[in-house]
Write a protein that binds this ligand. Structure first.
Ligand SMILES: Nc1nc2c(ncn2[C@@H]2O[C@H](COP(=O)(O)OP(=O)(O)OP(=O)(O)O)[C@@H](O)[C@H]2O)c(=O)[nH]1
Ligand SMILES: Nc1nc2c(ncn2[C@@H]2O[C@H](COP(=O)(O)OP(=O)(O)OP(=O)(O)O)[C@@H](O)[C@H]2O)c(=O)[nH]1
Ligand SMILES: [Mg+2]
Ligand SMILES: [Mg+2]
Lengths: 278, 291
């Protein structure tokens, strides 16, 4: 007989606290807890272990399996555009990606299309040197679209395998900055139809519910093909991505776990979910 | 508008004379949802609801004000009190050198804030020296120098990537050159990075700053209390700076941090330009948190 499941309410409240404290968000947490109640109705095992495992399954299923990246990565050059709000780790992540691509034997060029912030191109220059990648930059105040254009042009002409474009941090609520991003994307597409092949939205693991709005707004301006969560070496769980992935079905490509050039890992949904309860 | 949202939950309260635990339970649930959506910490939201309940219970529902408006007023007032009842000024010395320091997690806006603070204090005719004590981040010193150049302020830095040596030398240099205000930019660091937290504790010991400001991103979620607590335990900071408020993050982290460390919010940064720095207004943040 399947009466209303008598799950230990105290356990559910503790689990609710864990999930909300991981930034998963009130609504989604309520939905997950309700799904768990329904699932466990017809389960013999209603132990706490079973409840936690059911929640872990619910969470893991939210992530889309990475579609094969094969055909994109064979483009010459394979172009990645890096976007996100201020201070999340875009420039650092490009350094890490450049290093990884170089180590796999690729010829890499990066474009310093943040022509606004103080010492932005100097910062990317240091990362490019560390990764042994080449750099295109212009004077402060130059049109970011022209930097992007020149970078891709050079990447085509000189047969680079990978070209990455760094952009200025921008709040999604600023229309002029979002239309600047649209311009950058179109400049890239103009010089190489089909590019950028990937556009990664960089998210800080410490971000709260604002992450969902960030994703929605950036998607309006450019096709976001992947997410990168940075600063997961801290205590923040990065749970705001669950709502994004639930709503937008975008894969998480990498996670940033430190400030060194090799502190980038491929996203693994199981360990990410495990860490929430860790 | 919050009172309108609560109206539905409180329909049954009209004509009942007083607010009771039973007739406001739905609206309390709604308020909790609003606070969590605004990034207020789970435990802090719980405690806040309890305080509001205490204040609300037994209140008479007079004819001229709706129950929704009554509860909203209680919530708003309580939020304003929690956010800024002890609004305070920067500790500036009347004579001698004043030293101010910015600390916080990576990317929160410290370097930009140091530039803004320098610009503001320069308008008060002070002789300011910016100290580039972030010796790790690529081009961090260059970033501070470029910001400083815009406002005609000197930056002190040394060749070696040694933060402790930098601040020691800066103090000597400032004394020799008769600077009266030193603003220290430090590297972003994780509260769980033992070595880096030791560094900031040592720097505090060397400099003995008049004012340490914890710079925090307004879009920070539930983790805000963790970093705030640890930084406070390590350096006992004097105030908080909330950055990127020109975005649309609700800023509930500010309430969480305030509740947990009890330090005042001194400044709000609402833009990337060097003049985008404001003194904190608790009522504005309160309405923002309540959405
Ligand atoms: N601990 C940690 N710090 C990181 C990580 N990724 C980036 N950072 C740090 O975060 C800070 C900001 O990184 P940036 O690469 O400058 O971020 P950004 O998005 O390019 O910033 P803007 O261009 O100003 O918008 C730096 O101090 C980085 O070292 C990470 O995975 N872990
Ligand atoms: N929109 C907006 N951007 C801001 C604000 N304050 C800082 N920023 C931006 O946020 C990014 C990070 O600022 P930084 O000053 O480099 O941050 P930081 O704390 O010094 O970073 P680390 O030294 O790497 O820890 C930059 O792009 C700044 O322009 C603000 O109030 N509003
Ligand atoms: Mg950058
Ligand atoms: Mg800095």
């Amino acid at each position: 007989f399947t009466g209303k499941i008598k799950i230990d309410d105290e356990t559910l409240e503790k689990l609710e606290e864990i999930l909300i404290s991981a930034d998963i968000g009130y609504e989604l947490v309520e939905k997950i807890v309700e799904n768990v109640r329904v699932k466990l109705k017809s389960e013999k095992d209603r132990s706490n272990i079973s409840i936690i495992n059911t929640i872990k399954d619910e969470l893991t299923q939210i992530f889309v399996t990475e579609k094969s990246n094969e055909e994109k990565i064979d483009k010459k050059p394979y172009v990645i555009l890096i976007v996100g709000v201020n201070g999340v780790g875009k420039t650092t992540t490009i350094g890490k990606l450049a290093y990884n691509f170089k180590r796999s034997g690729a010829k890499v060029i990066v474009g310093a299309a943040d022509t606004f912030r103080a010492a932005a191109s100097e910062q990317l220059n240091i990362w490019a040197e560390r990764a042994s990648a080449d750099l295109i930059h212009k004077q402060s105040g130059a049109d970011p679209s022209s930097v992007a254009f020149d970078t891709i042009k050079k990447a085509i002409d000189e047969k680079y395998d990978v070209a990455m474009i760094d952009t200025a941090g921008r709040l999604h609520s600023k229309t002029n900055l979002m239309s600047e991003l649209d311009k950058i994307k179109r400049a890239i597409n103009k010089v190489l139809p089909g590019a950028p092949h990937d556009t990664y939205l960089i998210l800080d693991a410490t971000v709260g519910q604002n992450a969902l709005i960030q994703a929605k707004e950036f998607i309006k301006v450019t096709d976001i093909t992947g997410l990168v969560i940075t600063k997961l070496d801290g205590t923040a769980k990065g749970g705001s991505v669950f709502q994004i992935c639930n709503a937008q079905k975008i894969p998480i490509k990498y996670i940033g776990v430190g400030e060194r050039i090799d502190d980038l890992q491929k996203f693994d949904s199981t360990s990410f979910v495990e860490a929430i309860f860790g | 508008d919050l009172s309108l949202k609560l109206e539905t939950a409180l329909k049954k309260v009209r004509g009942q004379g007083r607010l009771t635990e039973k007739n406001i339970s739905d609206s309390l649930r709604e308020i909790r949802r609003i606070l969590l959506d605004a990034d207020v910490n789970y435990k802090v939201a719980k405690e806040f609801i309890e305080r509001v309940t205490e204040k609300a219970l037994g209140k008479e529902v007079i004819a001229s004000i709706s129950p929704g408006q009554l509860i909203t007023k209680i919530i708003f007032d309580e939020l304003v009190v929690l956010l800024g009842s002890d609004r305070s000024e920067l500790k500036i010395n009347a004579s001698g050198i004043t030293t101010l320091m910015a600390v916080g997690l990576q990317g929160s806006g410290k370097t930009t804030f140091c530039g803004k603070l320098a610009k503001r204090l320069k308008e008060n005719k002070r002789k300011i020296l910016l100290v580039a004590a972030d010796v790790y981040r690529p081009a961090a010193i260059e970033q501070l120098k470029q910001l400083a150049e815009k406002i005609g302020i000197s930056v002190f830095s040394i060749e070696q990537p040694d933060a402790r040596k930098t601040v020691k030398e800066a103090l000597k240099f400032a004394a020799q050159q008769n600077f009266d205000t030193l603003i220290f930019d430090t590297a972003g660091r994780l509260h769980v990075d033992g070595e880096m937290m030791k560094e900031i504790a040592d720097i505090k010991e060397i400099v003995s700053p008049n004012e340490i400001l914890f710079v925090v991103d307004a879009m920070t979620g539930q983790d805000a209390v963790n970093s705030a607590k640890t930084f406070n335990e390590t350096v006992d900071f004097d105030g908080i700076v909330l950055t990127k408020l020109d975005g649309d993050a609700r800023g509930g982290a500010a309430l969480s941090i305030r509740s947990v460390v009890g330090k005042p919010i001194k400044f709000v940064s609402n833009g990337e330009k060097l003049d985008s720095l404001e003194v904190f207004h608790p009522d504005r943040l309160a309405s923002r948190i309540l959405g």
